[in-house]
Each structure stands twice: as C-alpha cells, then as structure tokens.
Design a protein around this ligand. Structure first.
Ligand code: SAM
Length: 350
C-alpha cells in the first residue's frame, strides 16, 4: 500500500477574544489569496486588511495620466503594486513600466504577486532603488510618457509593528523604509542634541510642543534610558503633555504622537532631500507631452511639489500644471480613512 504523505499539522494562530487584534494574529488577512471573503469584509467596513494597501485616487490618476498602449511609464513608489497594476492594465500588453521602491521586504512580495498575475519582466521592471535615481532609469528607458509618485509609507509598513512606524502598537523605534540601510530612529535619537531635535520636530511636522518634547526626550536619553521602542517614545510624549487640561489632553497627545513619528520618519529616510532631488530631475525624465501625477500626505511634501511645478510652468518646462490641488472624493475618504490627507498635483511636460 502506498504510504500516505504526512504533512506536519500547523496550529492556528492563537489570540484572545473573538477576533484577532494584533497584526501577526490576523492570519486570514495575511493570506488574501486563501481568505477572499475576510478581505472583502474588512474593506467593506472601511479598514485596510493586515499586510495589504488600498491604493488611493486610482481613477483620478488614470484620468490624469491618460495612458495609451505602447507607452513607457515610471511608478516611483511601487508599494503593494495597486497603482502599478491599474496602469499596466491600461497598457493592454503593449509598452513598459519601470517601478522603484526602497523596501526590500515588501517589494519582493509585490514583484511575486504581480508576476503571478502575468506581469513579468517583458512589461514590468522593478528596481530596489530610491526614486531620486529617476535620471538613471529614464536614461535606460529612453524617457517616460507618464510618471506616478504616491509618496510616504504603505499600510503594510505602518501596520507591521516590527517596522516601528506606529505609536499605537509596541515595536522597535525603527521607522526606516529600508531596514537594511542607514540608522534607525532610536539610533538617531541616541546622539541628537536638544536644539537639533527641536528643529527637526518643527521643520518636519510643525510641532507646537517641539521645545518641550526635545528637552524631555534628550533628558531621558542623557539619564541613560534609551528611547528604543514606539511605546517608550509615546510614554515620554504623554508625560511631557500631562500638564494639558483633561478635555484636550487625549486628542493633543494623539496628534503630537502622529507629528513626532512623522518628523522622525522624514529625518531617517531623508524624505525632503530625496523628494527635492526627484522634482529637480523630473522634467528631464519626461518626454515632451509626458504627464506626471504626485500624491502627497502632509503639508511639507505638498508645498515642495507645488513650488517645483509652479516654477517649472513659469519657466516653460511644463505646458500646464494643477493650479488647485485634487482631493479624493468624500466616498473614497469614507471607505478608506487613510485617503483623507491625500492631495494630488499633476503637470504636463512642454
Ligand atoms: C504610499 S506607498 C505606495 C503604494 C502604491 N502606490 C500602491 O498602490 O500600493 C509608498 C511606497 O513608496 C516607497 N518609497 C517611499 N519613499 C521612497 C523613495 N524615496 N524611493 C523609492 N521608494 C520609496 C515606500 O517604501 C512605500 O512602499
């Protein structure tokens, strides 16, 4: 008799209560191919399934970029690949998209996912590279007919506690888009001066309590207590703002946590520097008549993009650009809370 193949039994992830709460416990959401019903249910409730990213303003981007079969495009921020997939569909099998991301962990998963959908190297080239190297990629591609940049972080990165992006869950205070390069936010705090930290909080996220926070954080570190987890940083913020009246304390602490984490993320990933470089190189990467759409998520990014496009248009580099910002619909914001802060700007190369 043939021996029956023994596959080791894998125990279901254990969690307290009726539904899993922690990222790593959400085993159904983390296997979307197997649990499609769960994914649909989570999205319908206005949430993003663990390990997934819901692409923002997809239709508005496609309307702006007007992609035609045979064209060559660049997706500067691959992420989960939702926008890339929608743009690839417009090519209808003819043309090519180049895409970059600096996150080795997530871009490997996205590459595999898109390959399984039939988007191989013949139509899609994925590079683990910073989008500020757009000039090198444009040279290889012979210029682009369309370019998309959906700035910031993906939901997979925010929700994974090991990445340290969220003050809501405990994890190492890392905040790097690429955990294999550079230094973590905890390491950055180890040696930062009070003045430098106050400046960073103010410049990167307009933090009104930048002075108080910079003092509290650097005092804590000087006492020998490293701030190396998301919880420790949140606790210092809570203690520093404890003087606030009860009725505004909770909300202000939440907003201060958001701004502080954002400021550190911008710093460790040099987000303003690389965005500035990208905007400088953008005109030469676009073919005449080529179109670009850029999604930003905070005022610092938006100001930088707006200024570059406006000056470019004045100088005759762009034939047209978005005078007003384009926002996601109320319906999209209701379905996906993470879309609420999105602003889209576009331009057409002269
Ligand atoms: C908002 S997500 C993009 C989501 C994507 N559009 C989608 O539909 O799934 C932003 C992505 O850009 C990547 N990223 C951020 N800054 C980058 C940079 N300077 N160069 C390359 N990738 C970057 C992040 O790692 C993240 O995966």
């Amino acid at each position: 008799m043939e021996q029956e193949q023994q596959t080791p039994h894998k125990r279901r992830v254990r969690y307290k209560g009726k539904y899993p709460k922690k990222f790593e416990e959400k085993y159904k959401e983390l296997q979307p191919e197997k649990y499609q019903d769960t994914i649909e249910h989570v999205i319908k409730k206005g949430n993003t399934p663990a390990g997934m990213h819901i692409s923002i303003m997809v239709q508005e981007i496609l309307d702006t970029l007007k992609i035609q079969p045979g064209e060559t495009g660049f997706d500067a921020t691959l992420g989960y690949g939702g926008h890339t997939k929608a743009m690839l569909a417009c090519l209808n099998g003819q043309g090519h998209i180049y895409a970059t991301d600096v996150d080795p962990e997530e871009s490997a998963k996205t590459k595999k996912r898109l390959e399984e959908l039939g988007y191989g190297e013949d139509i899609l080239t994925i590079r683990l590279q910073n989008f500020c190297t757009i000039d090198e990629i444009a040279k290889e591609a012979g210029g682009f007919d369309f370019i998309l940049a959906d700035l910031g972080v993906s939901s997979m990165q925010i929700d994974n506690p090991k990445r340290g992006f969220s003050f809501k869950v405990d994890g190492p205070l890392d905040l790097r888009l690429n955990q294999e390069a550079g230094i973590s936010a905890a390491e950055r705090l180890d040696t930062i001066t009070r003045e430098e930290l106050a400046g960073m909080l103010y410049e990167n996220s307009d933090e009104p309590y930048c002075e108080e926070l910079a003092k509290a954080i650097t005092d804590e570190i000087r006492k020998g207590s490293r701030i190396d987890t998301t919880t420790k940083l949140r606790e210092v913020i809570e203690k520093t703002l404890d003087f606030l009246p009860e009725k505004e304390k909770k909300d202000t602490i939440k907003k201060t946590c958001q701004r502080t984490f954002q400021a550190l993320r911008i710093d460790v990933n040099r987000e303003f520097e690389v965005l500035y470089e990208f905007m400088e190189k953008l005109p030469d990467a676009l073919k005449p008549g080529g179109r670009v759409a850029i999604l930003t998520f905070h005022s610092g990014e938006d100001k930088l993009v707006k200024k570059a496009l406006k000056e470019g248009c004045r100088a005759g580099i762009y034939a047209d650009y978005s005078k007003d910002v384009v926002r996601p619909s109320a319906q999209e914001c209701a379905q996906n809370g993470r879309a609420r802060s999105t602003k889209m700007r576009w331009a057409v190369r002269a």
